[in-house]
Design a protein around this ligand. Structure first.
Ligand code: MN
Length: 208
């Protein structure tokens, strides 16, 4: 049993002009594949972890044998974060559910304030990393960012990622070069609210 690269739920060119086909192809088939391969290679030295869900491994990263912990953190985080990312994008028109919209209002005051805070987290993350919209178990939302391929669930397993934006240069450099803010702006045009709505609903359902 080992981890495998998930299929993209759309064609490489589906997100153009916001995210170009070449970037999507390389990002998915080369970068993500490498995270999967190196995660599987690392877990050969820790076979007791190889059958566990990736979330379980990441939430308990400090229990993973030290000799492979950094590799599992980086490549397991890479596999998890990218799997979330592909599902968060679409070329179809979607909108926030009433429940997620209400939670954004409650947590940030307005959709604009939420986007401002998210964009600031994505812009100011120095070097490589991710910006996140996360949900606490009680449904309260917050924005944060992580370095490298870390995910906020590594520090707090009660959190749920609603959406993450990859701000590694490999995610935008071919089309946007050094213009990360333009890539961040473009992201909002291809966000799959249906996916975000379902992730948020799962948080609410877990409270029942
Ligand atoms: Mn990436």
């Amino acid at each position: 049993m080992s981890f495998s690269l998930p299929k993209l739920p759309y064609a490489h060119n589906a997100l153009e002009p916001h995210i170009d086909a070449k970037t999507m192809e390389i990002h998915h088939s080369k970068h993500h594949q490498t995270y999967v391969d190196k995660l599987n290679a690392a877990l050969e030295s820790a076979p007791e972890w190889a059958d566990k869900p990736i979330e379980t491994i990441l939430c308990n990263i400090n229990e993973v044998p030290e000799v492979v912990r950094t590799a599992v953190r980086n490549h397991g985080g890479g596999h998890y974060n990218h799997s979330l990312f592909w599902e968060s994008l679409t070329n179809e028109k979607t909108a926030p559910s009433e429940a997620l919209h209400d939670a954004i209002m409650k947590s940030f005051g307005s959709m604009e304030k939420f986007q401002e805070e998210f964009n600031a987290a994505a812009t100011s993350r120095f070097g490589s990393g991710w910006a996140w919209l996360m949900a606490h178990a009680d449904g309260v939302l917050f924005v944060t960012s992580t370095p490298n391929q870390d995910n906020p669930i590594m520090d707090n397993m009660t959190l749920t990622p609603i959406v993450g934006l990859d701000v590694w240069e490999h995610a935008y450099y071919l089309h946007y070069q050094n213009r990360r803010p333009e890539y961040i702006t473009a992201f909002w045009n291809v966000i799959n609210w249906d996916t975000l709505n379902a992730r948020y609903q799962a948080v609410l359902d877990a409270q029942q």
